[in-house]
Structure formats: structure tokens, C-alpha cells
Design a protein around this ligand. Structure first.
Ligand code: BGC
Length: 406
């Protein structure tokens, strides 16, 4: 029998672009509709209209918190001009969360940008950081009375990798040096945003907020146990998992550490060339591990290893995403229960984990992969927009209620 602490946070996450629908002023919308890739977000889950009903479901599932994001392009559709209507909308969303006794965790940037920001070269140009900060200040001023937990940027390393190394996401740049520039600008943006949010709360006489990023982490494991693979795994851990956190924690711009964990990163390097050490992808099929429908290996031990390695920061750890896309709901429960077990083991060994947020509350728009991968605790019928709670969600709900996992 595994028992969790009484004051633990339990919840699920969404991101605005993936569930709301019709984010027509965002760079992703322009890109989807221009590239003709076929995977358009359209109405997504109609969460923009149905958020109340969706929060009813979260409450029914015994969640006590919910992670969401604000769509910057809705709030600031044109440079410097904020939409009162959209601010009112998000204000209503946050009120609804409170009415449902769901503690909100608000993310300011979850992969998408306003079109006008991208036209100015987005995150590549350090002169654009001020625009993100203007939006941050506005959001903090508007919502400080309703929000305690803020996440400035979701997965900066993933964003930089997909948009500026692989060139798979907008603006489809393929350059390692430019991706480092983006990361550098996001580090500065986070540090300044952190200070702005704190400053707003202080001026209003409110209790200090808790501000972090959501850091995607992988457990890097050498495939063949060679010195070169071990060194590759070490470098990747430093660069991918720790570097961003190190830079912002040195500036004391972290109140807790938000972690998103899905899978491991098996390391098989072809040479000692730095590019090879850092980027070579293992092409071996690790047959002993089960996979999600996107082919990612299921490796719960990695969550424990990562949590233990983050003990070094001596800050509360908050799992902000962990989940699986699958059509097999028994596998989803296996995934959830095994990860909760490993999280619990890490807690027993001193990792200060304060909450577990599952990705995702709803099946949703999985970026360039479209709607096929289903990550939700709740099934979404994209024709009728009706929702059906999955069995695995009820099982997790029982853990949230009883604080026990058998
Ligand atoms: C992202 C989500 C995404 C999920 C599954 C995370 O990296 O924050 O937006 O849907 O992974 O791929």
C-alpha cells in the first residue's frame, strides 16, 4: 500500500491552443493554414465555450488543482493593445476554477506566439523580450487576485528544439546556434517575468506568488554501456535537463520547480563529435519497453531518477505533466500507476514533490500530429464535442480521494 501526503496537489493540465479552438491570431494558426499539413486545430475541443463543463469533470475526478495556459495572442492580438473581452473571458475561467475548488496554475507561454510577435522574429531577437514582459505584467495585474502559481514558459528546450533545431514547428528554422539564442532569450525573459510578477503582488500587498517554468525532463540512459555513451548521457542531462534551471536558479528566479516527464532518452552515439554526443538519436527498438501511440518508450524508473537528481536544488518539485497517448485505457492506467509508484519512491528518498498534474484532462490537438494521439483522461468526440470519462481517470480519481495506491 502506497500513501500520499494530505496536502498534495492532484490535477490535470490543458494548454489554451490545444483545447480552446480558433486561436486565429496565433502564429500556429497562420502556420497550420499556410503549410497545408492537414493537421489543423479548428475548433479543437471547444473548451473556450465548454470550460465550465470541463471543470465539472475535473472536480468529479477529485482533482484539487488545474493547470491551464493563457493564449497571449487572444490577450494581445495587436502589439501593445490588450483585449478587454479576452481578459474578461480568462477572468471568468479563473473564477470558474475557484468555484470548482481547483487551484489554478497559470502558464503564460505554451509554444504559441501572437502573429505580430513572430513577424518581428519572435524569440530570436532579444529586443522582443520586452513584449513578452508587457504581456506578463498585464496578466499579473489582471489576475493576481485569483492566482498563486505561475508558470512563465512551458518547456523552453522543447520549443527551441522543435522550432529552431529540427525545424518541424513554426517558424521552421534549422540551426543549433540560433536555437541557443532562443534559449538565452527565454532565460532572460523568465528571470525578468519572475521579478515583474513578484513586484505586482508586492505592490498590491498580496502574499508572494510561486513562480516557475515547466521543464521537460528526460532520463538519459546509455544504451550500450560505453564511456562515449555515458559521456553523451551526461552532456545531454546537463544541457537539456539542467542548464535552463541552473541559469534561472542562480538568479534566484524560481520558487518551485515544475517538471514534465514522459519518457527516457536512450543514448547511442556514433562518434566523439560534440554534435553526435548531444544529438544522435538511438535507432534501436527497445522491445522490452511498451510504447505510446507516438512510439515513445514507457520508462517509469526515469521519473524517479530525475526527481532524485533535482533534489540538489532544494526547492519544492511539482510534476506539471506526465501522461500517455494510447487507445488502450488499461495501458494508460498501467502508465499512471507505475509513474505514481516511482514518484512515491522518490519522495520516500527525499524528493520534495508537492503535486502531480496529469497530461491531459482532455484528448486534444497534439500540435503537428493533429488529433490522432489521445492523451486525455477524458475522451473527446470531435464531431459532437461530447466528453466521456475514461476508466483510468476514475482509477486516478480514487487515488486523489483516498490518497492511496494499491
Ligand atoms: C507539451 C504538450 C504536449 C505534450 C505531449 C508536452 O511536451 O507541453 O503541449 O501535448 O507534451 O506531447
Amino acid at each position: 500500500m502506497i500513501e500520499f501526503p494530505k496536502d498534495f496537489f492532484w490535477g490535470a493540465a490543458t494548454s489554451a491552443y490545444q483545447v480552446e479552438g480558433n486561436n486565429v491570431n496565433s502564429d500556429w494558426w497562420e502556420w497550420e493554414n499556410k503549410t497545408g499539413l492537414g493537421n489543423k486545430s479548428g475548433d479543437a475541443c471547444r473548451h473556450y465555450q465548454l470550460y465550465n463543463e470541463d471543470f465539472d469533470l475535473a472536480r468529479k475526478l477529485n482533482h484539487n488543482c488545474h493547470r491551464l495556459s493563457l493564449e497571449w495572442a487572444r490577450i494581445e492580438p495587436d502589439k501593445g493593445s490588450f483585449s478587454e473581452e479576452e481578459i474578461k473571458h480568462y477572468s471568468g475561467v479563473l473564477d470558474s476554477l475557484r468555484q470548482h475548488s481547483l487551484e489554478p496554475l497559470v502558464t503564460l507561454h505554451h509554444f504559441t506566439n501572437p502573429i505580430w510577435f513572430s513577424r518581428l522574429d519572435g524569440w530570436l531577437d532579444k529586443n522582443n523580450i520586452k513584449y513578452f514582459l508587457g504581456y506578463t505584467r498585464k496578466a499579473a495585474e489582471e489576475f493576481c487576485g485569483k492566482v498563486k502559481f505561475w508558470v512563465t514558459i512551458n518547456e523552453p528546450m522543447v520549443y527551441a528544439y522543435y522550432s529552431y533545431v529540427l525545424g518541424q514547428w513554426p517558424p521552421q528554422v534549422k540551426s543549433f546556434p540560433l536555437s541557443r539564442q532562443v534559449v538565452k532569450n527565454m532565460v532572460i525573459a523568465h528571470i525578468k517575468a519572475y521579478r515583474i510578477i513578484h513586484d505586482v503582488y508586492k505592490k498590491r500587498g498580496l502574499n508572494p506568488p510561486l513562480v516557475s517554468i515547466a521543464q521537460n525532463v528526460q532520463s538519459f540512459v546509455p544504451c550500450k554501456d560505453t564511456l562515449r555513451n555515458k559521456f553523451g548521457a551526461y552532456l545531454r542531462n546537463q544541457l537539456y535537463n539542467l542548464d535552463f534551471i541552473n541559469r534561472i536558479s542562480r538568479q534566484k528566479a524560481l520558487d518551485f520547480i515544475g517538471l514534465n516527464y514522459y519518457t527516457w532518452g536512450p543514448v547511442e552515439t556514433k562518434s566523439w563529435h560534440p554534435k553526435s554526443l548531444i544529438l544522435d538519436v538511438c535507432t534501436e527498438n527497445h522491445h522490452h519497453l511498451k510504447k505510446n501511440t507516438l512510439g515513445w518508450d514507457i520508462y517509469p524508473q526515469g521519473l524517479k531518477d530525475v526527481l532524485l537528481s533535482f533534489k540538489r536544488y532544494n526547492l519544492p518539485l511539482f510534476i506539471l505533466e506526465n501522461g500517455i497517448c494510447t487507445e488502450d485505457d488499461n495501458l494508460r492506467w498501467e502508465y499512471i500507476s507505475q509513474h505514481l509508484e516511482k514518484m512515491h519512491e522518490a519522495m520516500q528518498e527525499g524528493a520534495k514533490v508537492i503535486g502531480y498534474i496529469h497530461w491531459s484532462l482532455l484528448d486534444n490537438y497534439e500540435w503537428d500530429k493533429g488529433f490522432a494521439p489521445r492523451f486525455g483522461l477524458v475522451y473527446v468526440d470531435y464531431k459532437s464535442y461530447s466528453r466521456i470519462i475514461k476508466e483510468s481517470a476514475y482509477k486516478l480519481a480514487e487515488v486523489c480521494r483516498s490518497l492511496r495506491l494499491k
